[in-house]
Design a protein around this ligand. Structure first.
Ligand code: MG
Length: 226
C-alpha cells in the first residue's frame, strides 16, 4: 500500500466495533426514570438525581443495599426490562451497519448492562450474532472498562483499534474512553446538547444522530482493515 500526496491525511485503522444494546441496536423502550422512581422511591430518586445530573447508575446504588432490599430492587428492574423485551424493536440502520461491517470482515461485539436472557432474545430477533456479547452477568459492568478490554483481548486487538458505539454518555462513552478505545455517542434527539453535560468527565470522539450516520463516519474516518 502506498500513501500518495503529502496532503492526504492518514486514516486510522479500525478492526472492531463494540455496540451497546438498549437504545443503540434496539429502539429505547425501557422507561428508566419510572424504573428508578419505583426502585428508589420518589424522595431518594430526587435526591440521587440532583447529585448525579448526568444520569443515575441504578445497579451501582443497589449493590450496597441489604440482600433482601436488593432482591426486591432486582425484581422491579426485571419487570421493567421484561416490558421492554415485549416491545423490542430493532434500531433503524442497525442491520445495514452490521451487514456493512461483516462485508469488511470487521468484528462486532456487544456490551450491555441488561441480562443474558435479553441478549438471547435480541440475537433471535436481529438474526445476527454479536461475539463476544457480554451482559450484566459479566462483572464489573459498564462504565468499567473491563468488559471492553475483555473483548479486545478475546479479539487479539489493541483498544485503539476498536470503537465503542452507544447511546449513554455515562456508561458507553465512559467505558470506551477508560479502555482507550474510540467512542461514538448515538444521540438521536440531541439530548446531550444540554448544558448539564458540558462538564462531564468523558467526551465522545464522535456524535451521530443515527446508525446510518455511524456507517458514513466509519467509512470516512477509518481504514476498516481486519
Ligand atoms: Mg443504551
Amino acid at each position: 500500500m502506498t500513501t500518495s500526496t503529502p496532503l492526504a491525511t492518514a486514516k486510522v485503522r479500525l478492526r472492531g466495533v463494540v455496540f451497546d444494546m438498549d437504545g443503540t441496536l434496539t429502539v429505547p423502550v425501557i422507561d428508566f426514570p419510572a424504573m428508578y422512581r419505583t426502585v428508589l422511591g420518589e424522595k431518594e430518586y430526587l435526591k440521587i438525581k440532583s447529585e448525579n445530573p448526568s444520569g443515575i447508575d441504578i445497579l451501582h446504588h443497589i449493590e450496597t443495599w441489604s440482600p433482601d432490599k436488593q432482591k426486591q430492587a432486582y425484581e422491579i428492574i426485571a419487570d421493567f426490562e421484561k416490558q421492554g423485551l415485549d416491545r423490542l424493536q430493532i434500531m433503524p440502520g442497525a442491520s445495514e451497519l452490521c451487514g456493512f461491517l461483516d462485508s469488511r470482515n470487521i468484528r462486532r461485539g456487544l456490551i450491555t448492562r441488561n441480562v443474558k436472557e435479553a441478549v438471547d432474545l435480541f440475537h433471535l430477533r436481529f438474526g445476527m450474532i454479536f461475539s463476544p456479547a457480554l451482559s450484566r452477568e459479566f462483572r464489573p459492568y459498564k462504565p468499567d472498562p473491563a468488559p471492553l478490554l475483555h473483548i479486545c483481548t478475546t479479539w487479539g486487538m489493541q483498544p485503539d483499534e476498536v470503537m465503542m458505539i452507544g447511546d449513554s454518555l455515562k456508561d458507553d462513552v465512559a467505558c470506551g474512553k477508560r479502555a482507550g478505545a474510540f467512542t461514538c455517542l448515538l444521540d438521536e434527539t440531541g439530548r446531550y446538547d444540554s448544558p448539564v453535560y458540558e462538564n462531564t468527565e468523558f467526551k465522545p470522539d464522535y456524535t451521530v444522530t443515527s446508525l446510518v450516520e455511524a456507517r458514513s463516519l466509519l467509512e470516512k474516518h477509518f481504514d476498516l482493515i481486519p
